[in-house]
Design a protein. Structure first.
Length: 306
């Protein structure tokens, strides 16, 4: 590991100023679960490391008067997973942060770090897309801009952040009435592995018909995807396995996976249809009051109330 300067600002403005002055030679330290490993192994280089854990607005979870929730970008995943408001309002996000490593990692790893790493297979990203989340990006001059999660990543390891900018927080709108969600991923092992395919889903049902839906996909393209056509196609429909399967097929159409040592492309495309259908089914069953743990749910018995 090469030497670098360290700074721990206490405000977003100070952090943005340090990043701007470094002219691209600074890295942000939130949890450090990726950054410190990469610095040690020479995969990344930095003249300055800016620790943002001391900035209050970046480590808090609060509900706004509008009913929306704000989550600081440097909030540990364990804190998000255990927050009752997040668990009840955004089940897909709670599912996703639950499986970002073991408990030791989750006590350090942050939601903002997971996003800014911008891996196509990041677990939080499809769930954030399904939750209709936006990122608040702060600049040196005190300005902020909002970016929908489906537009944040621009390629593997790349995103919309410019020099002098940092991701300050996430804003998740108040969930629709009668809604729930779920996140599922397929992995070779049960724990601490990278998703071969990930799927986040949000569903709202009123008077027996679907009134809102969003589907996010991970690990099937250079960036996480919002399956917009499949999501729109669910509106007005009566929830059923066939309807959810159709959404899965429509979602398959936008997948652009690669073949690698972890999975061939055609198998990833097949999994999109499977995981979309299953995540929508879990979301619907949660709406009906069932308590379902996606990590331990068996799909061998067709016991669903659909």
């Amino acid at each position: 590991m090469t030497e670098f300067e360290y700074a721990a600002p206490t405000s977003v403005a100070e952090a943005a100023r340090l990043l701007s002055q470094a002219k691209g030679r600074a890295k942000i330290l939130a949890g450090g679960t990726d950054l410190l490993v990469q610095l040690r192994e020479g995969l990344r280089h930095a003249d300055l490391v800016v620790d943002v854990k001391r900035i209050p607005s970046m480590t808090e979870i609060r509900q706004e008067s509008s009913g929306s929730w704000r989550i600081g970008a440097a909030t540990p995943c364990q804190q998000i997973e255990n927050h009752p408001g997040i668990r009840s309002s955004y089940p897909a996000l709670a599912d996703a942060v639950r499986i970002i490593g073991g408990w030791q990692i989750k006590n350090r790893a942050t939601l903002g770090g997971n996003l800014c790493t911008s891996s196509p297979a990041g677990d939080s990203l499809p769930a954030l897309i399904a939750s209709h989340a936006e990122g608040i990006i702060a600049g040196e001059d005190g300005s902020t801009r909002r970016v929908p999660m489906e537009s944040f990543c621009t390629g593997p390891g790349k995103n919309v952040l410019q020099d002098g900018e940092l991701l300050e927080a996430f804003v998740l709108p108040a969930p629709p009435a009668g809604s729930s969600g779920a996140y599922l991923r397929f992995i070779p092992r049960h724990e601490m592995d990278i998703a071969v395919v990930g799927c986040g889903a949000m569903l709202a049902v009123t008077n027996g018909k679907i009134t809102a839906a969003r589907i996010g996909l991970g690990a099937v393209a250079p960036t996480p995807l919002f399956a917009e056509q499949a999501s729109q196609g669910l509106l007005g429909q009566v929830p059923s396995r066939d309807i959810f399967a159709q959404a899965g097929e429509q979602s398959r159409a936008i997948a652009r996976p690669i073949s690698d040592m972890r999975s061939p492309a055609d198998y990833r495309t097949h999994l999109v249809g499977v995981l979309v259908k299953r995540s929508l089914e879990i979301a619907f069953r949660r709406i009906q009051g069932e308590s379902i743990d996606p990590l331990h749910h068996s799909w061998t018995a067709e016991s669903s109330s659909l």
